[in-house]
Design a protein around this ligand. Sequence first.
Ligand code: CTP
Length: 454
Amino acid sequence: MTKVITYGTYDLFHQGHYNLLKNAKALGDYLIVGVTTEHFDEARGKVNVIDDVLTRIENVRATGFADEIIVEDHEGQKIEDIQRYGVDVFTVGSDWVGTFDYLRQFCKVVYLPRTPDISSTKIRETKFNIVKMGIIGTGRIAKRYVSESKYVSGIENVALYNPVDENGLEKFSNEHTIPAYSDSYESFLEAVDGVYIASTNETHYDYAKTAILAGKHVMSEKPLTFTKKEAEELYELAKKKEVVLIEAVKAAYCPGFQQLVNVAKSGKIGAIKDVEANFTRLANEGSREKTDSEYGGGFLEYGSNVLLPVIKLLGKEYKDVRFSSLFDENGVDIYGKIEFEYEGAMATVKTGVGVKTEGQLVVSGTKGYIIAPSPWWLTKHFEVRYEEEEYKDGQGVEVYEPAFRGDGLRYEISEFVMKINGYAKNSYKLTAGESIVMADITEKYMKYKESMKH
Ligand code: CTP
């Protein structure tokens, strides 16, 4: 008996998939089909998959070609499967020619002709209304956004706005061939369906509010606002205008970070008692972060990053929060610490633009702890360590290495597009409530900073 195996996502099942499965079955007597999980697809950078895994499996089953269907959920699994199932032939479509030659040590590899002119990506693009995006701000993060957005289906960057830096705007516009707008925000908004706000911190709220009122979707860099009231207002307005509003706290949308939160909540480390998160970067002398005493500084730059794991792991209902910061002679907080008190738990987070510390995340529980080294906000690696007898000789350690692509922005962009198209209905990755708590803490921090001036 000749056993054949093939793998795919099979999103929005189409004729190309059908032909491939038919031809694959004809290569032998028994066909195994591996269908990817959402997590695996996300982790390998395939974002925007629409059908859930059960639907995709059902569609493969309905063809009648598969004798067995398995789930593919990690890198390296193909070698395992080929050996475990005693596979004779591995096959995929000709778009993969060469990629799987390494499997020749284990079985025969056949690249089947791909059906022309059809793919899930193409169908997704017709299902999605292409979101015409406008980018506000032309700094570093905006550039990263542009390169990462290329990995997300259903988005087109059509306008660039910056009223304060004409040179930067022109350069960016030429480099990326995106039309530039510098005068009227209104005319810029007319050209777009949604905006990505990547301008300086103090401008986020106004830009977001005007865009929402004009019926545009908004993805804003953090911090969304400096007060709780403003954040509440924006989320309410967005609801009323039926537009999507998300705060771009990158880690919240990264698959690895979500896995870390889920592992922490699964009881593996017992009850969660303490969260420690640091995010510090030495900003260049003369940079905005290091010189703007009002809207620069460690907290406003990196606060959202470190507040995220605290709120995700311990919840929104903290009992008390205390700040302490070191200010330089100009009043910029170059280093700071925030301590939280929760019912039966606590947290400490640190941010800095002028003092460097280890950028790690540690979640401590009654049975063990999770440690994610820098850069934990991308969460490419974390370990669960148990306080057990055998831990002494290196056991009681579980290592997680979630796959991760690019610099992570594609995950939040994908979430934004999926939400606009109605495919991501729940905001569990970062809820409006969680984003509002961040604004509330930001407001308290701004008051603390003000009080330190006197
Ligand atoms: N396939 C094919 N002909 C097509 C599209 C896909 O033969 N027109 C094959 C692929 O080569 C692969 C299998 O179908 O062996 C599953 O592919 P998958 O990646 O799920 O489908 P695509 O349509 O290529 O998806 P995407 O556009 O998201 O990459």
